[in-house]
Structures are given as structure tokens and as C-alpha cells.
Design a protein around this ligand. Structure first.
Ligand code: NI
Ligand code: MN
Length: 225
């Protein structure tokens, strides 16, 4: 499994013919090493919640690539108006897809979609557990620390992508507790330094986490698992 960090909470995930983006905030993302036109072939786009720094370039990339967008029901209904392929699911649900399985997990956050006509309901925010070839990756989305994360220990997560920036999500201290709950093999911090208000230090996170590898990726860095 190849993973590429595109800044903020945006990751590119590749395993064989499966080429996915999670939370494709590229245009307007000061950390993004590429433009939305440079994403290449994409088969799937995962959207954790409706905020602009996660929904991001979903619509133009899905239109340009024909990718299937996997998201919650409410965001799926909203995206349905734009003539793109959508697979909707919801919190706690797991589904078998052509590449593996996807489970949607709860997140403690908001999910409103800002449009020119005002705020559109984006349902409940979530995260994803994606399993491909017996490798499991968990993208937490934007969330505070929750007791629900203890349930993820039983999922045997290989790689957890966790926000550490504070203000909108868990800060470093809470993300360290999340790692203790989830017990992944590897954790990659995200959602920090994009904006001044989430200026957390990933090295402070790395020093505080015990019993799990912390991999700090700079935007544009690849990681293979
Ligand atoms: Ni958010
Ligand atoms: Mn966010």
C-alpha cells in the first residue's frame, strides 16, 4: 500500500488498480504540493465531512476522473446534483467493495457544507476504516477524542491518520490518548500547521506516543506499508 500525504488531511492511497484520495482539499490548501489538475487517475474519493477543507476539490476531481465518491448519505445527496458517481453509507456501516471493505466511523465534529445559498446539512461527520489486501488504514476525519475510539482496537488498525492540530480537533495530548485507545501499528499525524490556529508540533506528538511508530510526513512525502 502506497500512501502520499498531500497536506492537511488529504492523502492519496494506492494499491494496485485502487487509486484513492481522502478529503481532497487541494485548491486553497497552502500545504498542497500539487494542483487539482495534477492528481492523475483516481478511482475513489473518500469524504469524511462537509467542511470545505475536506470536501475540497471533490466535485471537479470526480467529474474529471470518473471517481466514485464514498461519503455519508447527506453529503451524497448534495453531491448527487453534480452528476458524479456517489456511494453513500453511514456511521457504523461496513461495506464490501471491489477493492476491499470500508467502514464508516463516528467523529465528534460538524459537517455543514458552505454554499453560495448558505449552509447545507452535511449529516454527521465521520471517519473511515479502509481494508485492502489485509491492510487496514483508519482516517479519523476531524474529531475530538472520543471513547468510541476504544472500539477501534478490535479492528487491528495498521495505520491511523489522526488530527493533532487542536482548536477544531484533538490536540497533541488528546491525540496521544487516541493512540492509546486505538493501538495502531503506525500513526501519521495530520490537520496541523495548515493555518496559524492549528500550529501543533508533530515532533512533540512523536515524543509522547509510546508503543507505536509515529511517521511524520511532509506534504508530498510518500510512505509504503
Ligand atoms: Ni472540519
Ligand atoms: Mn478540518
Amino acid at each position: 500500500m502506497k500512501l502520499r500525504f498531500l497536506g492537511h488531511s488529504c492523502f492519496y492511497l494506492e494499491e494496485g488498480a485502487f487509486k484513492a484520495l481522502i478529503d481532497p482539499f487541494i485548491t486553497g490548501n497552502p500545504q498542497s504540493p500539487i494542483s487539482a489538475a495534477e492528481v492523475g487517475e483516481i478511482t475513489h474519493i473518500f469524504v469524511t465531512h462537509g467542511h470545505g477543507d475536506h470536501l475540497g476539490d471533490t466535485i471537479p476531481i470526480a467529474k474529471a476522473t470518473g471517481a466514485t465518491v464514498i461519503t455519508n448519505h447527506e453529503i451524497g445527496v448534495y453531491l448527487g446534483k453534480f452528476d458524479i458517481k456517489v456511494h453513500t453509507m453511514h456511521i457504523g456501516g461496513r461495506v464490501k467493495m471491489e477493492f476491499g471493505t470500508v467502514k464508516m466511523t463516528p467523529a465528534l465534529h460538524g459537517s455543514g457544507i458552505t454554499t453560495e445559498e448558505g449552509m447545507v446539512c452535511g449529516g454527521n461527520p465521520g471517519g473511515f476504516v479502509i481494508e485492502i489486501n489485509n491492510k487496514k488504514i483508519y482516517h479519523a476525519g476531524d474529531t475530538g477524542l472520543t471513547m468510541d475510539m476504544k472500539l477501534l482496537e478490535a479492528e487491528n488498525i495498521d495505520i491511523a491518520l489522526l488530527p493533532i492540530g487542536g482548536n477544531f480537533t484533538m490536540d497533541v495530548a488528546d491525540a496521544v490518548r487516541a493512540v492509546e485507545f486505538i493501538k495502531p501499528k503506525v500513526v501519521i499525524p495530520m490537520h496541523y500547521k495548515t493555518f496559524p490556529v492549528i500550529n501543533s508540533d508533530p515532533y512533540e506528538f512523536k515524543e509522547s506516543v509510546k508503543g507505536c511508530d509515529v511517521v511524520i510526513l511532509n506534504p508530498g512525502d510518500d510512505y509504503s506499508y
